[in-house]
Design a binder for this molecule. Structure first.
Ligand SMILES: *[C@@H]1O[C@H](CO)[C@@H](O)[C@H](O)[C@H]1NC(C)=O
Ligand SMILES: *[C@@H]1O[C@H](CO)[C@@H](O)[C@H](O)[C@H]1NC(C)=O
Ligand SMILES: *[C@@H]1O[C@H](CO)[C@@H](O)[C@H](O)[C@H]1NC(C)=O
Ligand SMILES: *[C@@H]1O[C@H](CO)[C@@H](O)[C@H](O)[C@H]1NC(C)=O
Ligand SMILES: *[C@@H]1O[C@H](CO)[C@@H](O)[C@H](O)[C@H]1NC(C)=O
Length: 350
């Protein structure tokens, strides 16, 4: 082989090795290797490769798959499933309520993108869980590229204060990538367990992310809509923590904006814990930032905190007095995938 033919390739290879070495050195000296970086792009082929399966059930609303309903596909997953199985939901609007029971772990529900595959139902109830369009109660669940929507007309002037949950997430080790959650009142019931939300869009007016889970929301978009019932300020989060346990909602990067005016969080439970770090906060965020409503007690154990947020809503001079602006040391543990032990169970991190 002529040398001139070989050398450009060899040269590139050499450069790659040098770059890889520099990168490896940079990572090993950055202290926390599990720090969340804004550049991480996690797509469906990467997830599929990481979970290493070829078992796929196809759902196609036009009849060109194994099933036309998502629930039928879930029903076809064997009880006590122990190997990853892909449920590929082709584009379309699927009008049904879907429930993944606690004996069906290792399901990867893959849509064709949140603008193309949607799961929609319409129900409001005084019982949050009962109203949910999508309910997952099994550990080891992944969703990618799907919209979850509850269309019930809550938030309409002079109607009752019923809830309309788009998704109920009630088990450990669950991740959503590039998904969207639409409703008004109580959109995402992040009930319990360790969860990871990556590049998701979440919309609502009052308490639209609530529960007592331990969750990281990485680069998510929170869109605030108006509540038309009464002139009260809603709240993005209502984290419910009754004691000093390891739960908490952490928002890293991403943005808060919209057409309403809200608090970042309200204290539900004496130990309610929510952190916004390096996020963009628009004018939709009230100057006080956080509220102690409806918790009637000492605020000393409430952890409502921000770290290096930016944008007009991040101005901190008028923040409620018990809230915190964290130092770099205090913020570090929340900005690491280790907060949810992700290096042990998230497909792309371990
Ligand atoms: C799926 O993977 C298994 C094990 O790696 C292999 O034996 C089987 O042939 C594969 N099936 C298909 C349809 O590729
Ligand atoms: C699944 O596991 C449960 C609990 O271990 C057991 O009671 C049940 O019989 C199992 N079902 C099947 C189909 O193996
Ligand atoms: C509120 O929920 C209850 C059931 O929990 C239902 O009977 C009632 O119709 C709902 N109200 C509205 C306005 O949807
Ligand atoms: C708050 O607690 C105080 C003292 O325990 C009580 O008097 C008051 O009624 C409570 N307020 C509300 C709104 O629950
Ligand atoms: C709750 O918030 C209100 C309004 O900011 C404030 O006046 C009150 O002191 C707070 N309660 C406690 C216990 O800090």
């Amino acid at each position: 082989m002529p040398l001139s033919f070989v050398s450009p390739f060899m040269f590139l290879k050499a450069i790659n090795i040098v770059l890889a070495t520099i990168l490896a050195t940079a990572i090993s000296f950055s202290g926390n290797v599990h720090a969340l970086s804004g550049q991480t792009v996690i797509d469906s082929p990467l997830l599929t490769q990481k979970i290493g399966t070829n078992r796929t059930i196809k759902v196609d609303i036009n009849g060109k798959g194994d099933f036309t309903s998502i629930q039928e596909a879930i029903n076809a997953v064997p009880e006590n499933n122990s190997r990853w199985i892909i449920i590929h939901v082709r584009k379309g609007v699927y009008r049904e309520k879907v429930h993944i029971p606690n004996n069906k772990p290792y399901i990867f529900m893959r849509g064709n993108g949140r603008g193309r595959t949607a799961l929609v139902w319409s129900m409001s109830s005084v019982d949050n869980k009962a109203s949910a369009t999508f309910t997952v109660e099994s550990p080891h669940f992944i969703a990618f590229g799907i919209s979850f929507k509850n269309e019930a007309p809550t938030g309409v002037a002079f109607t009752s204060q019923n809830q309309s949950v788009a998704a109920f997430v009630g088990a450990d080790m669950i991740a959503f990538y590039h998904c969207a959650f639409y409703s008004t009142h109580n959109t995402l019931f992040d009930y319990k367990g360790r969860h990871y939300y990556h590049n998701c869009y979440i919309q609502g007016s009052i308490d639209f992310i609530f529960g007592r889970a331990r969750s990281i929301f990485h680069s998510c978009e929170l869109f605030v809509i108006e509540d038309l019932r009464v002139k009260i300020l809603g709240s993005i989060t209502a984290h419910n923590r009754e004691s000093d346990d390891d739960s908490g909602f952490v928002f890293v990067k991403g943005k808060v904006y919209g057409i309403g005016n809200v608090y970042l969080g309200r204290a539900k439970g004496a130990y309610s814990r929510t952190v916004f770090a390096k996020a963009y906060l628009s004018n939709s965020v009230a100057p006080q930032g956080w509220t102690n409503w409806s918790y009637n007690g000492s605020t000393e154990n409430i952890f409502q905190a921000e770290y290096k947020c930016h944008g007009p809503g991040a101005y901190s001079a008028n923040r409620a007095e018990w809230t915190k602006q964290l130092t770099e040391e205090e913020a570090e543990r929340f900005m690491s995938i280790g907060f949810i032990d992700g290096q042990q169970w998230l497909p792309v991190w371990h």
